[in-house]
Design a binder for this molecule. Structure first.
Ligand SMILES: Nc1ncnc2c1ncn2[C@@H]1O[C@H](COP(=O)(O)OP(=O)(O)OP(=O)(O)O)[C@@H](O)[C@H]1O
Ligand SMILES: [Mg+2]
Length: 281
């Protein structure tokens, strides 16, 4: 009996959070780094289903950096990163698209569908969702120039959960499109949908200081300072850029959490115990 009362207590504890989030769009960036095993993917899918059942409108943007690198290695195609962005070449672009838009996107949609929601996998190329131009002269690494969320609003209004691969269309005919860092895609989609909250799931506890301790809250000044000191580097650079852009453009809550911890998403949304790093304006 006592355990059952405890369960009821836990459910009631989440009531204030459910009230706040109900009906709101929450964008989830599911980093490739957090997609490390099928069990985690399954638990992630269940968390998203729970959010959906509680009346939240989840929109998922996924990365897949590790899987892309593995496939490029298998095919003996060299790859490099500059400031956390992959330099995408004519040779690597088809592989990047195949892994992100093909394998990961469909696998994630399938996991979600199996747990009872109607997930739809798309990329920027579908419904003119987002277009890009070359970033810093790189052939196929892009920066987003245009977002059209009409496809997403149609899906959300009809009870579907969009799962978005970070591949953009190009306005040039016969162009294969662009690979975009998924953090920046999440940010542009969140801005365009007026999302209430963005959660980035990655493979660290959050943003860490030079000693490896978790920084629970960060603002722009602190981020610039840590970047200058080289404490924020690599894949954390585009994430910080995306987070700041979100909080400056009306997204009320931006969190970076540990996607390796089971149910970190539910803990972040429905409990008062803060997990990860919150970025504030
Ligand atoms: N100060 C920092 N705190 C935490 N992680 C940091 C920091 N500076 C750099 N990083 C790196 O950022 C990485 C997370 O970014 P990364 O791009 O690898 O993952 P992701 O964005 O979750 O996945 P994907 O790029 O596939 O979507 C961490 O694994 C860590 O190595
Ligand atoms: Mg990344």
């Amino acid at each position: 009996m006592e355990t059952r009362i405890k369960i009821a207590d836990i459910l009631l504890d989440s009531l204030p959070f459910i009230r706040v989030f109900r009906g709101k769009v929450v964008v989830i960036k599911y980093g490739g780094s957090a997609q490390v095993n099928p069990r985690l993917k399954e638990q992630f899918a269940k968390d998203v289903v729970m959010m959906y059942m509680l009346g939240i409108k989840p929109v998922i943007i996924h990365g897949g950096g590790k899987d892309v690198s593995k496939m490029l290695e298998t095919l003996h195609i060299p790859t490099e990163f500059i400031d956390g962005h992959r330099v995408t070449t004519q040779e690597s672009m088809p592989v990047v698209e195949m892994v992100l838009s093909g394998r990961i996107n469909k696998e994630l949609s399938t996991f979600l569908n199996h747990h009872g929601i109607k997930a739809v996998g798309v990329s920027g190329k579908d419904g003119g969702l987002f277009e890009a131009v070359s970033k810093d002269g790189s052939d196929y690494t892009g920066k987003i120039t245009h977002v059209d969320v009409s496809l997403l609003t149609t899906l959300l209004d009809n009870g579907f959960v969009p799962v978005i691969a970070p591949i953009a269309g190009s306005c040039e005919a016969n162009h294969p499109g662009y690979n975009i860092n998924a953090d920046l895609v999440a940010c542009e989609i969140a801005k365009s949908l007026n999302a209430f909250k963005v959660v980035f799931l990655t493979d660290t506890k959050g943003v860490l200081d030079a000693g490896g301790s978790l920084l629970p809250t960060l603002n722009e000044e602190k981020i610039l300072q840590l970047t200058k000191q080289g404490v924020i580097a690599g894949g954390m650079l585009p994430k910080m850029q995306a987070c700041l852009e979100c909080v400056k453009n009306g997204v009320q809550k931006v969190h970076i959490i540990d996607g390796r911890v089971e149910h970190s998403l539910l803990l972040e949304l429905f409990t008062s115990a803060g997990v990860g790093t919150e970025i504030v304006p």
